[in-house]
Design a binder for this molecule. Structure first.
Ligand code: NAP
Length: 293
C-alpha cells in the first residue's frame, strides 16, 4: 500500500509557485494578488481564511483580508465584490462561504468576475468545466486530480466511483475525471444518499473517492482488493482522550481499508492540504491571464 501524502505534494506545489513569484520579484513585475472576503464570525471560516492568508505570505503572493461584521448587507457585499472586480492589484477574489443567512450566496458567487473566480464556483466557470474548456477548477476536486496525477495513478479507462454529488466536490470532480483529456478520461459513476446498496457500486471501483461527510463510512468490505482510495471527508468525532475532546477523521475507515488498497490518501493529511495549494495555483493562473503573462 502506498500512502498518498497530500502535505508533501501541496508543499511541492507551493514551492513551484514560490519560485515563479521570486522570479517576478527579481524582474520587478507586478505580483499576483488574492483578496479574501469574510463576513460574520464563523470560527471555522476564520481558521480557513487565516490559513489561506498565511499560505499566500509563505510563497510571496500578495493578499488582503476584507473582514466585515455579520450585519454587512447583501448590497454592501455586492458593491465590495464589484470594487475588486475592477481592482487591478487583485487577480483572485475569494468570498468565504458560508455567508450569513440574509445574504444570497448564489447572487454573490455570480457577482464575482469569472476571470477572478479562483474558487471556480461561478456558473460560467462551472459550465466551462463541464464542456472541457480551460477554466478555474474548484480547489478541492482540482486537488484530488492533481494528487492522482503526481502519483502517476492511471485514470484513463478506469472505473472511478465518486461518493457524493455536492456542487463543490462530487459533481465537479466527476466532471473533471470524465473529460477526454490526459489525467482524466475515466469511466465515472456518481453515488449519493439515494443509492440502493452503495456497496454494489463501490466494489466495482478501480478508484473510489469518498466525499460524503460521514465519518469512517467506507469499510474494507466495500472496496475491491488493490483499489485506489481517496478520502475527501473531513469530520469531527468525539474522542475523550484528546485535549479538545474530538479528533478529525475522514469518510474512510483508514485502518482497515488501507490493508486492501493499493494507494490511499489519509484524512487528515491527504486532500485537505491540497485545497489551499490549488487556490494559490488558480490565483497564479488568473494573474497570468489578466496580465497576459
Ligand atoms: P455535502 O454537501 O454534505 O455532500 C455530501 C454528499 O454525500 C451528498 O451528495 C450526499 O448525498 C452524499 N452522501 C451522504 N451520505 C451518503 C451515503 N450514506 N451514501 C451515499 N452518499 C451519501 O458535503 P461536501 O461539501 O461535498 O463535503 C463532503 C466531505 O468532504 C465533508 O466531510 C467535508 O468536510 C469534506 N470536504 C473537505 C474539503 C477539503 O479537504 N479541503 C473541502 C470540501 C469538503 P445527497 O446529495 O443525496 O444528500
Amino acid at each position: 500500500m502506498i500512502l498518498i501524502d497530500g502535505k508533501k505534494i501541496s508543499e511541492e506545489i507551493r514551492n513551484e509557485l514560490k519560485l515563479k513569484i521570486d522570479r517576478l520579484k527579481k524582474e520587478s513585475r507586478k505580483l499576483p494578488g488574492l483578496v479574501t472576503i469574510l463576513v460574520g464570525d464563523n470560527p471555522a471560516s476564520e481558521v480557513y481564511v487565516n490559513m489561506k492568508i498565511k499560505a499566500c505570505a509563505q510563497i510571496g503572493m500578495s493578499s488582503k483580508l476584507e473582514k466585515k461584521d455579520a450585519a454587512f448587507s447583501e448590497n454592501e457585499l455586492l458593491e465590495l465584490v464589484e470594487s475588486y472586480n475592477n481592482n487591478s492589484d487583485y487577480h483572485g477574489i475569494l468570498v468565504q462561504l458560508p455567508l450569513p443567512r440574509h445574504i444570497n450566496e448564489d447572487k454573490i458567487i455570480e457577482a464575482v468576475s469569472p476571470s477572478k473566480d479562483v474558487d471556480g464556483f461561478h456558473p460560467v466557470n462551472v459550465g466551462n468545466l463541464v464542456i472541457g474548456k480551460e477554466t478555474f477548477f474548484p480547489c478541492t476536486p482540482f486537488g484530488v486530480v492533481e494528487l492522482l496525477r503526481r502519483y502517476n495513478i492511471e485514470t484513463k479507462g478506469r472505473h472511478v466511483v465518486v461518493v457524493g454529488r455536492s456542487n463543490i466536490v462530487g459533481k465537479p470532480l466527476a466532471n473533471l475525471l470524465l473529460q477526454k483529456k490526459e489525467g482524466a478520461n475515466a469511466v465515472v459513476t456518481v453515488c449519493h444518499s439515494a443509492a440502493r446498496d452503495l456497496r454494489k457500486y463501490t466494489l466495482q471501483a478501480d478508484i473510489i473517492i469518498a466525499a460524503m461527510g460521514s465519518p469512517l463510512f467506507i469499510k474494507e468490505d466495500m472496496i475491491k482488493e488493490g483499489a485506489v482510495v481517496i478520502d475527501v471527508g473531513t469530520n469531527r468525532i468525539e474522542d475523550e482522550s484528546t485535549p479538545k475532546g474530538y479528533r478529525l477523521c475522514g469518510d474512510v475507515d483508514f485502518e482497515n481499508v488501507s490493508k486492501k488498497a493499493s494507494y490511499i490518501s489519509p484524512s487528515p493529511g491527504g486532500v485537505g492540504p491540497m485545497t489551499i495549494a490549488m487556490l494559490l495555483s488558480n490565483t497564479y493562473l488568473a494573474y497570468t491571464k489578466i496580465e497576459n503573462f
